[in-house]
Design a protein around this ligand. Structure first.
Ligand code: FAD
Length: 451
């Protein structure tokens, strides 16, 4: 195996965290290799359209960051480059295995040796299952937004959005931007829970108020109903989604009996219940976790020497926090002093993130929306009944045995969509579900004979 030894710092992921890390490290005089699976830098928040000029404030801000990255003499940005595995090297560096190029074409496989590595791979959005969620037309809120922002395509003309958290608002904005009609937004939680965190809401969340107000104004202009303590609890249709059932929920998200209401004429449902951090690279490297996130110290250093983490893998708190963490990680990995301003922004962002997690926590009552024949794992078509059978009759007492006895999480998504839900439904500990030594699909030929 030929290893390209990187001078300076290697950053994985070019979202808000990775870009800030790369700019901070490079700005302090160190060379940076910035690896990203996307065609253009920006990550989820600054996702750049693949065609057409930038036309929103966020896209314009992303375009400025893209220019800063591209023109920086010390940043070697490698787009369309996925890190498919990470392993420790006996020399004390990290071996970063990458593949470059579009899928289904000859991909270039190479390994980079990094003494200082910053992981910023972000998160993916969480979908909860309900009867009918496997119908074409039901998709994750993030997928709908990526399609709208990246390709300018609307998932449907008569869309219903359901889930929890402020992320639902930019999703609707993106849908409206591309001409979709939105029949309603159903927020399973309630903004009243923010009253438990007045300090975080007012002091640390103040900068987000104008953005929130702009979203509220757009909903009003387009007459999109926004209902709290309600959720889509079933989707109906023959070959694709045609209608949904919306129900009122109690504080634990159990359906209030008799509150179900059918909405007909629906052609798409977007579902988003928060985010799940992409932990596979950090887990493969042996980083200690704190709950579902990578544990880091004040310099964003993980428990593994020379390995830093920033952005959504250390906690879900939005693009501003991700960028502040990235700046701290970039300077620390470059061996430079960390600016007090960045540390203060991280602290404030984390307080807001904790309040956000509490205010929009997924409540256990969602499990009562399911029937025995509701699919839990769409890839392997495993139902809730199959899952219960595996626990009851085949003594599945951990995620590994649950996978082997029911096949849940063994399909193409490798449990990224269903793993956390299956663990909760089976009453099992979800830790270990992120142990995937191969983080991205790779061809056997590339594995066997790297050029
Ligand atoms: C689908 C989705 C949509 C979102 N939309 C919004 C929004 O509109 N507004 C908002 O405020 N917040 C949004 N968020 C939340 C948002 O992700 C964060 O606030 C912010 O973008 C996090 O920054 P990050 O740098 O940690 O991660 P990201 O922005 O997710 O960036 C991670 C980057 O890492 C790359 N990557 C991941 N794994 C690998 C790998 N193995 N190899 C190479 N590259 C890799 C990805 O391609 C991506 O470019 C969204 C989140 C998701 C999941």
């Amino acid at each position: 195996m030929i290893v390209e030894e990187a001078q300076g710092v290697v950053v994985v992921g070019a979202g808000p965290a990775g870009i800030a890390a790369a700019l901070a490290a490079a700005g302090s005089g160190v060379s940076v290799v910035l690896l990203d699976g996307g065609a253009r830098p920006g990550g989820q928040y600054y996702r750049q359209p693949l065609v057409g000029p930038p036309d929103t404030r966020t896209v314009r801000a992303g375009a400025r960051l893209e220019l800063a990255v591209r023109e920086h003499p010390r940043i070697d940005h490698r787009p369309r480059t996925s890190v498919w595995a990470l392993e420790p090297d006996p020399e004390g560096t990290h071996l970063v295995h990458t593949q470059q190029g579009p899928a289904d074409a000859a991909r270039r496989v190479r390994t980079i040796g990094a003494a200082a590595l910053i992981l910023c791979p972000g998160a993916y959005d969480r979908v909860l299952p309900f009867p009918g969620w496997e119908l074409p037309g039901v998709c994750s809120a993030g997928a709908a937004q990526a399609l709208a922002k990246g390709q300018g395509i609307a998932v449907g003309g008569r869309v219903v959005v359901s889930g929890t958290g402020p992320f639902l608002l930019p999703v609707i904005a993106s849908l409206l931007d591309v001409g979709a009609g939105c029949l309603g937004v159903y927020e399973a939680g309630t903004p009243a829970r923010w009253l438990r965190h007045p300090v975080a809401a007012l002091r640390d969340g103040l900068s987000k108020l104008p953005e929130l107000a702009a979203y509220a104004a757009r909903l009003a202009v387009h007459r999109v109903p926004y209902r709290t303590r309600r959720a889509v609890v079933a989707a109906h249709g023959r070959d694709r989604v045609e209608a949904v059932t919306v129900a009122r929920l109690d504080p634990d998200w159990n359906i209030r009996p008799g509150s179900e209401r059918r909405i007909d004429g629906v052609d798409a449902v977007c579902v988003g219940y928060g985010f799940t951090p992409q932990l596979e690279l950090a887990v493969a490297a042996g980083c200690a976790l704190r709950g579902p996130y990578v544990a880091v110290d004040a310099a964003q250093a993980t428990s593994v020497p020379g390995l830093y983490a920033a952005g959504e893998i250390t906690g879900i708190g939005g693009a501003e926090l991700a960028a502040a963490e990235g700046e701290v990680a970039g300077l620390a990995a470059a061996g430079r002093a960390i600016r007090p301003g960045a540390v203060a922004r991280v602290r404030s962002g984390r307080r807001f993130a904790e309040a956000l997690a509490d205010a929009h926590r997924v409540r256990p009552g969602w499990r009562t929306w399911l029937t025995d024949d509701t699919l839990v794992c769409r890839c392997e078509e495993v139902t809730y009944g199959d899952l219960r059978g595996a626990v009851r009759d085949r003594a599945a007492d951990g995620m590994r045995t649950l996978k082997l006895t029911s096949r849940v999480g063994l399909g193409p998504c490798q449990g990224r969509v269903c793993g956390r839900n299956a663990a909760e439904l089976a009453g099992l500990d979800a830790s270990g579900a992120d142990r995937r030594p191969i983080a991205q699909p790779i061809r056997l030929g590339d594995l066997a004979e790297p050029p």
